[in-house]
Design a binder for this molecule. Sequence first.
Ligand SMILES: Cc1cc2nc3c(=O)[nH]c(=O)nc-3n(C[C@H](O)[C@H](O)[C@H](O)COP(=O)(O)OP(=O)(O)OC[C@H]3O[C@@H](n4cnc5c(N)ncnc54)[C@H](O)[C@@H]3O)c2cc1C
Length: 172
Amino acid sequence: MSDRSFLQWPFFEDEHRALALKLEDWAKAELIDYSATPANVDLACKELVLKLADAGWLDYCVSKKFEGGNPKLNVRSLCIIRETLARFSGLADFVFAMQGLGSGTISFFGSAEMQEKYLPDVRKGGEIAAFALTEPDAGSDAAAITTTAKKDHDSFLLNGEKTLISNGGIAD
Ligand SMILES: Cc1cc2nc3c(=O)[nH]c(=O)nc-3n(C[C@H](O)[C@H](O)[C@H](O)COP(=O)(O)OP(=O)(O)OC[C@H]3O[C@@H](n4cnc5c(N)ncnc54)[C@H](O)[C@@H]3O)c2cc1C
């Protein structure tokens, strides 16, 4: 049993402690097959997205502003969820983190139309998210990116090269 005494730290509230216990039970039962690296990682990621969505865990990493729910993300809940998932399955933690990271800019800065179009599907596991910042010559120095986005009628034309993009091969 891992040391979970940190849950008693004063900046956690009872809702966080209850969340940790509930997720711990769920992870024990549901992530047993994902504790080691699966033979087909892409397939496992797709399964895990749906599993996490069905259990409601993706609710925590996507703003529900346009579904009448909580528009804000609770960062302490995100930390507890990631800490718990990672102890049972690194891949489950990765999948959870990527759904949030890949849709985060839309949650925070997207237009109402964009949020309505993408966020419900990301939350329900119907679409897999990714975040493509890194380029062959732009890693830590994000300002060095050379990809361009040119307005083309009602869409954008993107030109450039990305590398090291998590979910890059399976993202929607
Ligand atoms: C498993 C994995 C998954 C990834 N997934 C994604 C993803 O989904 N989306 C995405 O956009 N990117 C992703 N990345 C890319 C990741 O974000 C970059 O690797 C990161 O930004 C660092 O860039 P770099 O590898 O080019 O290293 P560099 O920026 O070249 O840095 C090399 C080294 O120099 C150090 N360094 C850099 N700048 C400074 C400085 N100013 N002062 C002191 N030290 C410095 C760094 O700490 C590092 O040790 C992923 C990377 C990995 C390994």
